[in-house]
Design a protein around this ligand. Structure first.
Ligand code: DHB
Ligand code: FE
Length: 292
């Protein structure tokens, strides 16, 4: 890419890996300590998991005769991932999908998808029907989403949909510079009938930052950095399991090769084009009862 021919920086150039990686790392540490929930884990479980991961690595080293040069490059790269603040990105892209599969495979209702690194709690509450905060002239195709929160028998639930997503350039507010704090982030609380109606814009496909250590791995391995366009949601109702999911759009070229492996067929929306060029979509959520 030449900066002379392309003076307008793209999303990934403006959002440096260092900037968005550091924001994601700070955000992760800002919440309560992740160690609290596992403080009673017995040594046997730590031994089992850490031991198996290490032997899987030993197997790979022996099978493929990994050299000292390759080992030292790995060492340098692992150190750099931390220096770039890119561990949240790395883990959410290449590991979280397997954890999410395990966490939700018992559900009769919606199973969900990964959270990713860009959730921020506390977005403005807009009631059951509203427009997500956006800038004057926000770019992107307007989208009206009508849906309902139910239990697994189809009964309505009074609950909440928290929605966050990238803008038309693939930027997330609070992780890219110059975007209002709660842009394209909002919470929608339903009444007893469980229905909501959200007005927003369609997000753009998103490329994970390519100028840091994760980008280096992607380039070295000949992969691509794209996630298909997606809406993130957390759907909740008292007495029910929290659902974290992403919704996708039909025809996106990366639905089949998402770098984060987070697309499931049941999460692809079917938007309708209205006469005025805006789009509308229906998508409901069924929540499983909380397990005691
Ligand atoms: C990443 C970004 C996302 O928007 C997402 O949904 C998942 C992962 C990432 O950059 O790691
Ligand atoms: Fe995302």
């Amino acid at each position: 890419m030449t900066t002379v021919e392309n003076p307008t920086p793209s999303a990934t150039e403006v959002t440096s890996a260092a900037a968005s990686g550091a924001s994601a790392t700070d955000r992760f540490h800002a919440d309560k300590s992740p160690y609290d929930a596992v403080k009673d884990t017995p040594a046997e479980r730590v031994d089992l998991l850490a031991g198996e991961v290490l032997s899987a690595l030993h197997d790979t080293i022996r099978r493929h005769r990994v050299t000292y040069d390759e080992y030292n490059a790995l060492k340098a790269w692992l150190i750099a991932v931390g220096q770039d603040g890119e561990w949240p990105l790395f883990l959410d892209v290449w590991l979280e999908h397997a954890v999410e599969d395990v966490a939700t495979d018992h559900r009769a209702g919606n199973k969900g998808s990964i959270e990713g690194p860009y959730y921020v709690p506390g977005s403005p509450d807009l009631g059951a029907k509203g427009t997500i905060p956006m800038r004057d002239g926000e770019q992107g195709t307007p989208l009206v989403w009508r849906g309902r929160i139910t239990d697994t028998d189809g009964g309505p639930l009074q609950g909440r949909v928290e929605l966050w997503h990238a803008d038309n350039d693939g930027f997330y507010s609070q992780f890219a510079p110059g975007i209002p704090e709660w842009n394209l982030r909002g919470s929608f609380s339903t009444g007893a009938d469980g229905t909501f109606e959200i007005t927003t814009i369609r997000p753009a496909p998103y490329q994970i930052p390519t100028d840091g250590s994760c980008g280096k791995l992607i380039a070295a391995a000949g992969w691509h950095a794209w996630r298909p366009a997606h809406l993130h949601v957390k759907v909740s109702a008292p007495g029910h399991e929290l659902l974290t999911a992403q919704l996708y759009f039909p025809g996106d070229e990366h639905n089949d090769d998402d770098i984060a492996s987070a697309v499931k067929p049941e999460l692809i929306l079917e938007p309708q084009i209205e006469p005025d060029g805006t789009q509308s979509v229906a998508y409901d959520f069924a929540l499983d009862p909380e397990r005691i």
